[in-house]
Write a protein that binds this ligand. Sequence first.
Ligand code: BEZ
Ligand code: FE
Length: 289
Amino acid sequence: MRNFDEHSITDAVRERVANAKNPRVRQISDALVRHLHDFIREVEPTQAEWEWAIDFLTRTGHMCDKNRQEFILLSDALGVSMLVDAINHRLPGDATETTVLGPFYVQEAPEVELGADISPDVEGQPLLVTGSVRRANDGPIAGAMVDVWHSDGDGYYDVQQLDETRGITMRARLRTDAGGKFHFWTIMPAAYPIPNDGPVGQMLDAQGRHPYRPGHVHFMIGAPGCEPLITHVFVAGDEYLDSDVVFGVKDSLVRPFEELPAGTAPDGTTVKEPYRHLHYDFALAPARS
Ligand code: BEZ
Ligand code: FE
């Protein structure tokens, strides 16, 4: 076969990949060729634009190392990560909705007692987080592992502190009590820009988009017999709720971080300054068989 033109080349490539032994490889390759060729036919890139695109992907790859994954960021900023998340979390019943993991998760954060302050040396407005974990359409889960992490009041995570003077903070793991409840103290997180000093930042700029995510606290919750839940709770009223750069906001995940005066907090702690209180009840979907 030869003499392909801009129309016949697509079927020629499809025929070639139809020999793949693995049916999933065959299906994905066929769809990739069809959509990629249609995309090229639609935008009709000049040779210079095509070279620019190859250079963009090359720079995206060069930006990746053990601390930075520019390809995931690209997927996030193009809404692909949330699309994959939605397809993989068609959840049953009243299970809590999911969002992206993001790049700032750290495995094996320190396990702390219920009621602990997880950011003792970080300046910021005190925040009490209370909540519970149960099975969807069912009762509380004792001993569920609640992994939390968030930014500081300037929008930075501990792992973004290059001199590492702060160490591990604003993150921890806690286990729910016999009634499925948990609580901890920390500081208010703030809205922040995703890392935008690389190709993804340049893309956002060219598309006339801001790089911000609304303020949020990340949760990863696990319990036997349940699907692990990866989600965030967003700060009600944040100015970026409707324009989150990674398209992660869902109404069911927005809660007031209530402003409260100094005094005795719901967990009995005496607080000397005005503080905030977030409460969220999580429901985990049953594990897929
Ligand atoms: C985050 O919320 O930590 C995050 C998610 C996606 C991209 C960048 C940051
Ligand atoms: Fe985050």
